[in-house]
Ligand binder design. Structure first.
Ligand code: PRX
Length: 654
């Protein structure tokens, strides 16, 4: 068990070297770093050749003659779906389970590689029969059901381009994405299960296409929710009926490595969502490489589970492409972690013997909030590697994750990357790296990262700076769909005065004396208090480290005296929320932050709340908290998972 000492939590000094036993069978050994630094491009060429099957070998690894537009393995040809499916069957692994699918109501399906390959072949024929060809865009708006994976791979198989839109997005968001991508086809379902209810998806697609004079010619509808749907004759087709009309056999054609694979929309700091474009060979190489090495995948024996929805980049790279390219057996779960009971995730781990588990700190913290009693009821002893992604994992959550979920022995790999980077960029290698809770640690082999000051010079410890990727990488975004200028402006202009092109990630970071990288959150969340820069993440970590705290969010609110002031919204752990008065708790935490960081960081106000406003992907919407903290009308709450939360918080503050 972790020590309860607050100091040991915030300034967790313990280090966790890999056990000799783990290292002895680890996929990734220390020599990978030396190999990659001796010949970076040679290293990636080698990975591309060993991890993937190419129809035509490439002769040039990287063409960087026109930065920031990169071309990787450009004269090679391959088929992405063949690499994720057929070749495993041809290698004699057709009977291996690709997907253990678990529906929220408790229905389940085990799908072997042979079965998945057969389904994708048929679906590829169906897409072709609907007039979809190379380069055409297909919008995917599906719940977490096997058909989501089948659709993505079928699109890839015929050289078309998918754009998956998370099922929680509204009609309006769907429409703007369909329009921006000029999609010809939408694949959806009647409904999906979430929190014990069927949520309608087809209705949202209908809404998005009302009066749509645009590109969409057909809507394919998977039957899942058995809810009523309205039908547009001539446009709408049932997936299961349409599949019966096409051939079963389909031979995958090889496409050039730079063939667009998908567009995934992500929010920028301002304006409309950006369509991040990824292509085939480089993307698949890095997704497969990182999936195998960072998670120590042994495909014969491991059962892997990434909890991300396929509507996000984590679902693309670490539910679909990485694991399937590597021939992994994985769990795919439709629903929410707490339906029908708060131990559902742990029950699934026990049921399938999950050995590698990848989730987000926000989930870990919400489990911490309800307490260890729930996971303690399940046998989690099959777990041997735990991953974290999406935001910095504070040391306390890290230690809880390892101790309560990982039985005190599993390595935890904190993985930093973005929609734009396509695959993991910074992470420990679990058989090599001595783990340091709270730090994402080091760039993976073959990746070059720097932390630069405003002026472009490298910062020295303990100073913070801006995270940049200093060399092109195989899974890098190839652009913003339809907007090359925005691509250049957003990511490449910040340090254009420097020699070489530097990708500006938008994250703050610092490097410690050992060379380990600590992410400090988006630079857009950096506050300036009395001329001192403070990171919301740093203050949150301080507050989170207090034993009474379950979760918190910090915003910088305008302040006459200091420019900005720190305002914190805190959820107490359930056992403290009854015993501690809000005033006492605030006083305690203000003093705690002062002690941990300094009076400069002391929150002006701390509000004790029951919930934080989160998007459906679990991101805290600080913008809304900032509105409350600054006494403004609350802005747009439509992307919240629970729109009532903000009303409750603002009523409470009044
Ligand atoms: O701020 C970083 C944070 O998430 C951002 C990227 O968000 P998105 O494109 O939605 O992709 C999330 C999943 C890859 C980054 O700019 N972020 C992601 N992972 C971490 C992280 N911050 C700290 N530590 C991480 N491990």
């Amino acid at each position: 068990m972790p020590s309860n000492s607050i100091d040991s939590l915030l300034h967790e000094e313990r280090r966790f070297p890999p056990s000799a036993e783990f290292t002895s069978t680890a996929v990734a050994q220390a020599d990978l770093y030396a190999q990659a630094s001796a010949d970076r491009l040679g290293f990636w060429a080698e990975q591309a050749k060993t991890l993937l099957d190419w129809e035509t070998d490439f002769t040039e690894t990287l063409d960087w003659s026109n930065p920031p537009f990169a071309r990787w393995f450009a004269d090679g040809t391959l088929n992405v779906a063949y690499n994720c499916l057929d070749r495993h069957v041809e290698a004699g692994n057709g009977d291996r389970i690709a997907i253990h699918w678990e529906g929220e109501p408790g229905d389940s399906r085990a799908i072997s590689y042979a079965e998945l390959t057969a389904e994708v072949k048929r679906a590829a024929n169906l897409l072709t029969s609907l007039g979809i060809g190379k380069g055409d865009r297909v919008a995917v708006y599906l719940p977490m059901i096997p058909e989501a994976v089948v659709t993505m791979l079928a699109v890839a198989r015929i050289g078309a381009v998918h754009t998956v839109i998370f099922g929680g997005f509204s009609s309006e968001s769907l429409r703007s994405r369909i329009d921006d991508a000029n999609a010809k086809l939408v694949v959806t379902a009647d409904g999906g299960w979430r929190k014990g209810k069927v949520f309608p998806l087809k209705a949202a697609v209908d809404g998005a296409l009302v009066g749509h004079a645009g590109s969409v010619t057909n809507v394919l509808v998977v039957k899942r929710g058995n809810n009523d749907v309205t039908w547009t004759q001539g446009r709408d087709l049932w997936w299961h009926e349409a599949l019966e009309t096409v051939e079963a056999e389909h031979t995958a054609e090889a496409f050039e490595a730079e063939t667009p694979l998908f567009i995934l929309y992500t929010s920028g700091t301002t304006g409309k969502p950006k369509g991040i474009l990824h292509t085939s060979g480089g993307y698949l190489t890095q997704a497969a490489f990182t999936h195998k090495n960072v998670f120590d995948l042994h495909p014969d024996t491991d059962v892997y589970w990434c909890t991300a929805d396929v509507g996000w980049i984590t679902g693309h790279s670490y539910v679909v492409y990485g694991p399937l390219a590597n021939g992994a057996t994985q769990v795919l779960y439709e629903g929410t972690p707490d339906t029908p009971h708060p131990g559902r995730w742990w029950e699934i781990i026990e049921k399938y013997g999950v050995s590698i588990f990848y989730t987000a700190p926000t989930a870990i913290r919400s489990f911490m909030k309800i307490g260890r009693e729930i996971p303690n009821k399940f046998d989690l002893s099959s777990l041997r590697v735990l991953g974290s992604v999406g935001e910095p994992i504070n040391a306390e959550a890290w230690v809880w994750y390892r101790d309560i979920i990982g039985g005190g022995t599993t390595p935890i790999v904190d993985t930093w990357w973005q929609t734009e980077t396509g695959a993991i960029m910074i992470a420990a290698l679990p058989g090599v790296t001595t783990l340091k809770p709270g730090s994402a640690q080091v760039p993976i082999p073959g990746i070059k990262i720097d932390v630069l000051g405003e002026d472009g010079t490298r910062v020295t410890p303990p100073n913070g700076g801006l995270l940049v990727v200093s060399e092109p990488w195989p899974s890098m975004l190839r652009g913003i769909w339809g907007d090359p200028e925005r691509f250049t402006e957003t990511y490449w202009a910040r340090f254009e005065a420097l020699e070489g092109s530097k990708y500006f990630a938008g994250d703050g970071a610092h490097v410690d004396k050992d060379g380990d990288i600590w992410l400090l959150g988006r630079v857009d969340d950096v506050m300036n208090i009395s001329g001192h820069r403070l990171s919301t993440a740093e203050i949150e970590s301080a507050i989170d480290s207090h034993p009474i705290v379950a979760e918190c969010a910090v915003v910088g609110a305008a302040d006459d005296a200091t420019g900005q002031a720190v305002v914190a919204f805190v959820i107490l752990r359930s056992k403290h929320s009854e015993s501690q008065s809000p005033d006492e708790a605030s006083a305690l935490l203000r003093a705690h932050v002062t002690e941990k960081i300094g009076a400069i960081a002391r929150p002006r106000q701390i509000f004790i709340v029951n919930e934080l406003p989160k998007t459906r992907s679990g991101k805290i919407m600080r913008r809304l908290l900032q509105d409350v903290a600054e006494g403004r009308e609350i802005g747009d709450t439509t992307t919240l998972a629970d729109t009532a939360v903000m009303q409750i918080i603002s009523d409470k503050m009044k």
